[in-house]
Design a protein around this ligand. Structure first.
Ligand code: ZN
Length: 118
């Protein structure tokens, strides 16, 4: 599971057949959903890519259910500019620290992973 989600998906099912053909399919790389290679070339991030990049960069984050909250550091803002649904993000003042944070709806990937595993 981990690793595959790094690629942004187009949301369209791939035409390959399950099994050996899918395992070797260059269009979906075994995921069954066509990968958005144009987005990859443009450096775009899907929710999982954004969340993994936030963790890798050591940016403070929190969540409320599926909403991801990240501290609005310059690095976080740079990552958010590459996020495919960046227009949904809203700044807010963190109640404890008083710093500006960003509310990124539906981008807390572990919440979706836990839901999918049920
Ligand atoms: Zn395929």
């Amino acid at each position: 599971m981990s690793g595959q989600g790094w690629q942004p998906k187009t949301g369209y099912a791939c035409g390959c057949r399950r099994g050996v053909q899918r395992d070797n399919c260059p269009d979906c790389e075994g995921t069954g959903q066509r990968i958005d290679f144009a987005a990859i070339r443009a450096g775009k991030l899907d929710a999982r890519g954004l969340f993994e990049a936030v963790k890798a960069a050591g940016i403070a984050y929190d969540n409320h259910e599926s909403d991801l909250y990240i501290e609005a550091t310059p690095e976080a803002r740079a990552l958010l500019r590459r996020y495919e649904h960046r227009d949904n993000a809203r700044p807010f003042v963190h109640a404890v620290t008083g710093a500006i944070w960003l509310d990124v709806p539906f981008a807390f990937v572990p919440w979706w992973d836990a839901r999918a595993a049920q």
